[in-house]
Ligand binder design. Sequence first.
Ligand code: SAH
Ligand code: SF4
Length: 359
Amino acid sequence: MNFNKIDKILATEPKFRTKQIGRLIWRDLIDDWGQASTLPIALRAKLKLECPLEIKAEVFKEKDDKSAKALITLEDGLNVETVLMRHQGRNTICVSSQVGCPLGCVFCATGKMGFKRNLLTGEITEQVLFWSRWLKRDEVSLFEKRELRGISKSSPALLLQRRETGRVDNVVFMGMGEPFLNYDNVFEAIKILNDDNLLGIGSRHISISTAGIVEGIERMSEDMPQINLAISLHAPNDKLRQKLMPIAKKYPLAAVITAARDYVAKTNRKLMFEYIMIKDVNDSPEQAKELARLLKNPLFFVNLIAYNPTGDLASSKPTQIKKFKDILMRAGVQALERYRFGQDIKGACGQLTSQNKNL
Ligand code: SAH
Ligand code: SF4
């Protein structure tokens, strides 16, 4: 699918068409121009020929149905991954901002893959559109199954379930790539996802995760203060952080924490620090104490995430994670453990690995 081509065609059409087509794509979730019965036939035919709505993708489902990963094929043949996570009646989409990533963190499957290119705005929003369509189809099949069992289509319980199952609730930029190295396209994509005439996902339901690009944190506090920010820390000191994340040489912890403090002072928003727990690397009680000293701020939170092994490193044991968390909490730092998704499809956020040769 190519949004730029659609925009080009719309440039010669009356203005109201942009809004009309926006609704058809994002609200009605049409996946073929033939379904756009409100458009003139000639325009429909032109759109069908020049910019088909199909999104080419292969879906891998987790056994428990709680998550699924899609490998989308872009127009130039490269592939990008996006994940759907279903938890407590909410659908969260993890999106990629780049094909691969130039930052090469040692624990990260995307980092090992190297960098191909930034995603265009439309290639970012397309990932959310893909799952919106998928959820709609899923919901229809749920209806059909219920109907077969003789449950009325208009039963209140079913209508409620429909609302819960059928749409995207949250979007997190935690897929492949570093969002702040593709700032402008990510910013544009968020505006589209946010637009009430289109998908209408509220700002507070959108999160960006960064490896600690200071300029990006600063710009974000100006441009999109309502969007949630997460910073990947993973180490309580520069020595270890530089070993794990080469970008830490450019942005030492002092600079990242200063930017984080400025961010919360300016926006008055909570700020999440991600900390993946890697066995015998960053999970000792001393390191917990060091981290606690670094993160003393009422608006700072720590999210402890069990590492999903993608190479030589192993995940900390649950008891070790609990111990680490208790030390942080006792020191007055708010900490929680993140629910783990998508392990058998290698599709949890930040753990996207594609064996596909085009990636
Ligand atoms: N580049 C951004 C966003 C994408 S990665 C960033 O680094 O923040 C999203 C999150 O997943 C990051 O916190 C990243 O460190 C984490 N992550 C990467 N590989 C992981 C793995 N194998 N297990 C658990 N978390 C991982
Ligand atoms: Fe890039 Fe984030 Fe992976 Fe580091 S963790 S290599 S910044 S995607």
